[in-house]
Design a protein around this ligand. Structure first.
Ligand code: FES
Ligand code: FES
Length: 172
């Protein structure tokens, strides 16, 4: 029999008490136990980014982390970023710039996009950043590099870059 464990998860500002198999990934806890199906299961192996969520503001592939490891953290999914009545600026920009086609990768892209702008603002270097003594500039190469873990089979990449560039510009 699977070993069950009690875990308390804070997702989108709400606390949930679950009793789950110790091996349950955060992605499965979200989708199957909390019925938050915005985060998608593409590969289940850390290779597509469709499952990306924010944990304490940082982007994480939720298929690669066990639910039990996230007790006490603030998990934010696409459902918590904005609502239909009150979209997050990144959601608005994806709509405006056609940053999606089938939409399967989109929740992960948007969660990553939000975190990436935070990383750039915080001066966290990437492989594109060669001179660490200079502030990081928001270039297309920088965005593409940082978003490279989020695969889009529909090839909406240039629209995603446009959407992120607009949000970054508005943030100043
Ligand atoms: Fe997690 Fe693909 S489903 S990275
Ligand atoms: Fe279809 Fe990205 S919009 S996979």
């Amino acid at each position: 029999a699977p070993a069950l464990i009690k875990v308390s998860l804070t997702v989108n500002g709400q606390s949930h008490d679950l009793e789950i198999d110790t091996r349950t990934t955060l992605l499965d806890a979200l989708r199957e136990h909390l019925h938050l199906t915005g985060s998608k299961k593409g590969c289940d192996h850390g290779q597509c980014g469709a499952c990306t969520v924010l944990i304490d503001g940082r982007r994480v592939n939720s298929c690669l982390t066990l639910a039990v490891m996230n007790e006490g953290m603030e998990v934010t999914t696409i459902e918590g970023l904005g609502t239909l009545e009150n979209l997050h600026p990144m959601q608005e920009a994806f709509i405006k710039h056609d940053g999606y086609q089938c939409g399967y990768c989109t929740p992960g892209q948007i969660c990553s996009g939000v975190a990436v702008l935070g990383e750039i603002k915080a001066g966290i270097p990437s492989h594109v950043t060669s001179d660490l003594t200079q502030p990081i500039t928001l270039s297309e190469a920088e965005i593409r590099e940082r978003m490279s873990g989020n695969i889009c089979r529909c090839g909406a990449y240039s629209n995603i870059v446009e959407a992120m560039t607009e949000v970054a510009g508005r943030q100043g």
